[in-house]
Design a protein around this ligand. Structure first.
Ligand code: BES
Ligand code: MN
Ligand code: ZN
Length: 487
């Protein structure tokens, strides 16, 4: 779907969209001959102008043109975004090919209008590639959304910032939605390369042999039960001052998590195709950085592996030597994400001199028990970084809630067999996973771990996404860079 800005309504056939604060909104007067009937129709639908709501009618004076009225709530940027999203949700398969959203006198500033465009774009995303038998009536009809009467600067804000955010989110959603026989470590890398041709993002890839030389025994341990070669994907965006230490994003990219020898139960195991949601978010955020030419140095590091049961797979009881030199007793091969991430953290510190590290991972089922699908959990060794991320969560809508780290939790990882074990007791499962990762952070480098287990995928339609891959994390990381590193 294409989004464009125009100074006046075009001629021809389109659905007219008016954001309104209720049935008595003066903006409906612009419908002249149709205004009274439209108001009556909206009243019948109990339209009150609330955030994310919509009502529909037809304009007799304009050959039965469809009129969609969307609520503007309190008129804030997030309300505008919800209104834009509502337009796409309502019209995507409606049969309309063009929608014209008239914002004249609606009261949105440039940020609001650009966020309305973002909402419309985000909610229009679909991935039908593997469906060959969609009925014509179910196919997407909406091709263009034209925004008329937006405040000055809105178009630039869309083109220079939010369009890139939408594109990054789309890459993430695509990677997450693709089935695990299509996206595995090598094809994840290929897909990221295809999306970033010629945009200046520098891509480096380490294969199995290189990682063996570096002693990445934990990541490689997880990968050894799979016939798919593991990859370490490194994406560099040098948009900041030369010599400025980079912000490093690290993503868990388990392209399928069977649990390994500690095999997961059968029902619902297919969901573990999105166990690469952290890596997907990092790849999407890096795409956004490059597409919008962010004025910051940012590096994305993705640990890509598949976790399979096999004659060559790691066993419960195995001891692995991590890249840091620390040894780990693997007591559950299903706690594999932390094994992948710990070597990514060490690799980043040895190679990138990070100003700060932020890792994203669908790490624990316990996180879903804690927050359901509304917040990701955040763990950090640094209060400033934690506060900045909380702020970015609020402005972007990718919400976070901070969780504790403490010595007493760390002790739960001790074992007489090695330097640590890879699981704690059942209690506080998300916290002990974070404590495990913290053991690999050197010299108090500011670090935050985001457990996004409940956020990468949605079982139901929400404001800016349909059922399926959400793209969680891209907007958060983009907002963090914009507000804290560029700003
Ligand atoms: N990928 C899973 C975590 C997960 C579970 C994410 C459900 C989303 C939904 C992770 O690798 C895992 O299996 N974690 C285990 C850890 C346990 C063995 C300590 C878990 O959460 O059960
Ligand atoms: Mn697992
Ligand atoms: Zn996993």
């Amino acid at each position: 779907m294409q989004i464009q800005f125009a100074s006046s309504r075009p001629s021809g056939d389109y659905a007219l969209v008016l954001p309104a604060k209720g049935c008595d909104d003066k903006r409906l007067d612009s419908l002249t001959g149709d205004a009274a009937a439209a108001r009556k129709a909206l009243e019948r639908q109990r339209f009150e102008g609330k955030k994310g709501t919509a009502a529909e009618t037809y304009l007799a004076g304009e050959d039965g043109r469809r009129l969609l009225v969307v609520g503007i709530g309190k008129g804030k940027a997030e309300d505008a975004e919800a209104a834009g999203a509502r337009v796409s949700a309502r019209l995507m398969t409606s049969g309309e090919t063009q929608a014209v959203i008239d914002l004249s006198d609606a009261g949105f500033d440039a940020e609001g209008a650009a966020r309305l465009a973002l909402g419309a774009a985000m909610r229009s995303w679909r991935y039908d590639k593997h469906r060959t038998k969609i009925k014509d009536k179910q196919k997407v009809s909406l091709q263009t959304v034209t925004i008329v009467g937006a405040a000055d600067g809105a178009q630039d804000l869309w083109e220079d910032r939010y369009k890139a955010v939408y594109e990054g989110t789309s890459l993430t959603r695509e990677l997450v939605a693709e089935p695990p026989n299509i996206i595995y470590p090598a094809t994840f890398v290929e897909r990221v390369k295809e999306w970033n041709k010629g945009n200046g993002l520098e891509i480096e890839v380490l294969g199995q042999a290189e990682m063996e030389k570096l002693g990445m025994g934990a990541l490689l341990g997880v990968a050894q039960g799979s016939v798919k070669e593991p990859k370490l994907l490194v994406m560099k965006w040098n948009g900041g001052k030369k010599g400025d230490k980079p912000t490093v994003f690290i993503g868990k990219g388990v392209t399928f998590d069977t649990g390994g020898i500690s095999l997961k139960p059968g029902p619902g195991m297919d969901m573990m195709k999105w166990d690469m949601g952290g890596a997907g978010a990092v790849a999407g955020a890096m795409h956004t950085m490059a597409q919008r030419k962010a004025k910051a140095n940012v590096v994305g590091v993705c640990g890509l592996v598949e976790n399979m049961p096999d004659g060559n797979a790691i066993r419960p009881g195995d001891v692995l030597t991590t890249m840091s030199g620390q040894t780990v007793e693997v007591l559950n091969t299903d706690a594999e994400g932390r094994l992948v991430l710990c070597d990514c953290i060490t690799w980043s510190q040895k190679n990138l001199n990070p100003a700060r590290m932020i890792d994203l991972a669908t790490l624990t089922g316990a996180m879903v028990i804690t927050f359901g699908h509304e917040y990701a959990g955040m763990f950090s060794n640094n209060d400033d970084l934690a506060d900045d991320l909380l702020d970015a969560g609020k402005t972007s809508g990718d919400l976070l809630w901070r969780q504790p780290l403490a010595e007493a939790y760390d002790r739960l990882l001790d074992t007489p067999i090695a330097d640590m074990k890879n699981i704690g007791p059942r209690e506080a499962g998300s916290i002990t996973a974070a404590q495990y990762l913290q053991r690999f952070v050197e010299n108090d480098t500011p670090w935050a771990h985001l457990d996004i287990a409940g956020m990468a995928w949605s079982d139901k339609d929400k404001t800016t996404y349909g059922k399926g891959a959400t793209g969680y994390g891209v907007r958060l990381l983009d907002a963090f860079i914009a507000e804290e590193v560029e700003g």
